[in-house]
Write a protein that binds this ligand. Structure first.
Ligand code: FAD
Length: 341
């Protein structure tokens, strides 16, 4: 058969990383990214981009750990290369602090991040309202530069990118052999997935270059993540809330919560407010599906529903999606050779 034509729908961190993995694992494929929005207008642009996994209750822990490990290894290599500043990837050390000692003192990802250890008494003195904490070094993506870096890599690999809203996956049937659905929260409408719901997140991006360490409250609600140029202060987790408008009361609340963890933030300047909808699901939808309409088949690979942890696992899920695309290609080749007999 001729070179398989693959359409990846979506240009957030999941769509771009998936398109890159497909282009790299299947050099004979023709890969196209179609999306109604590109950076800087995606949910992925709003994210803090820290590599601390969120847990998906419906996905086995060993699978989540594998995704995280593959992503960490990939980004660690970038952070250790001449590309690091352009790609917006850097190592950052800090603390996750708890008001009460958690049941699980060792999270599943503790041996993937670097130097994970309990905080010392001296370190805990910085956080008088907390009685337990973990210190470690992880990676952080500055999201818009990282998305642009991925786009640059895609262009260099010959991947085409077009602005296009897809109303129905079937509209791609005549042009492409395989469709990869990486539409994040857009999948709620595109494929009618009722298991997918938004978890609204509001964050502040501030200028506070003296803040060098990350601080995360163990409940995951309040966090301070320094990036290369700006510090992200968070946040909120509002289930089923579709509003993309910043709420001024929430801005004040986030700022006050972050200042109680890091009082020097009172001097932060140039506060910008961003809102994004986490594409949440109990498990990431990472699977093949064969759609059928009047005897005609459309091969689809879904890769969406990464919720609060898309950056932390994106390369792991992208590799798995590329493997599923490989299975689709093998099925297509089987069909075309049978047709010739
Ligand atoms: P998106 O970035 O939303 O991309 C979806 C793409 O699909 C877009 O390009 C959109 O235009 C396109 N699309 C949708 N529907 C259609 C259609 N019908 N036709 C064509 N194109 C379509 N994760 C972490 O790991 N670490 C963090 O620190 C972190 N912080 C976060 C902070 C906040 C405030 C938020 C909101 C999220 C955070 N996340 C974090 C989660 C992370 O942002 C998401 O998991 C991730 O961005 C999801 O990526 P995505 O590519 O699936 O979705």
């Amino acid at each position: 058969m001729a070179a398989p034509k693959v359409a990846v729908v979506g240009a957030g961190v999941i769509g771009l990383s998936t398109a890159l993995c497909i282009a790299e694992t299947c050099p004979s494929c023709s890969v196209t990214v179609l999306s109604d929005q590109f950076s800087p207008n995606t949910t992925s642009d709003v994210a803090a981009g820290i590599l601390i996994p969120h847990t998906y209750p419906g996905t086995p822990i060993h699978v989540q750990k594998q995704w995280f490990k593959e992503t960490f290894t990939y980004l660690f290599a970038i952070s250790n290369s001449a590309e690091a500043s352009e790609a917006g990837i850097h190592l950052v050390s800090g603390w996750q602090v708890f008001r009460n000692t958690p049941k699980e003192e060792l999270p599943f990802w503790s041996d993937v991040v670097l130097g994970f250890r309990p905080m010392s008494e001296a370190e805990l003195q910085k956080f008088p309202q907390h009685q337990f904490g973990q210190a470690f070094t992880t990676l952080k993506c500055d999201c818009p530069p990282y998305l642009l870096w991925l786009e640059k890599r895609l262009k260099a690999s010959g991947v085409q990118m077009y602005t296009r809203k897809v109303a129905d996956l079937w509209e791609l049937h005549s042009e492409y052999n395989i469709v990869v659905n990486c539409t994040g929260i857009g999948a709620h409408q595109l494929v009618g997935d009722e298991k997918l719901f938004p978890v609204r997140g509001q964050v502040l991006k501030v200028h506070a270059p003296w803040v060098k360490n990350f601080i995360r409250d163990g409940d995951g609600l309040t966090y301070i993540y320094p990036g290369i140029h700006r510090v992200t202060l968070g946040g909120t987790r509002q289930k089923e809330n579709w509003s993309l408008f910043p709420d001024p009361g929430t801005t004040k609340d986030i700022f006050d919560r972050c200042c109680s963890l890091e009082p020097s933030l009172r001097g932060a300047q140039d506060i910008k407010v961003k809102v994004g909808l986490r594409p949440s699901r109990h498990w990431v939808r990472l699977q093949r599906e064969v759609l059928s309409q009047g005897g005609v088949k459309l091969l689809v690979v879904h890769n969406y529903g990464h919720g609060a942890g898309g950056f932390s696992v994106h390369m792991g899920t992208a590799k798995e999606a590329a493997r599923l695309v490989g299975e689709c290609i093998a099925a297509l080749q089987g069909t075309s050779s049978r047709a010739k007999l």
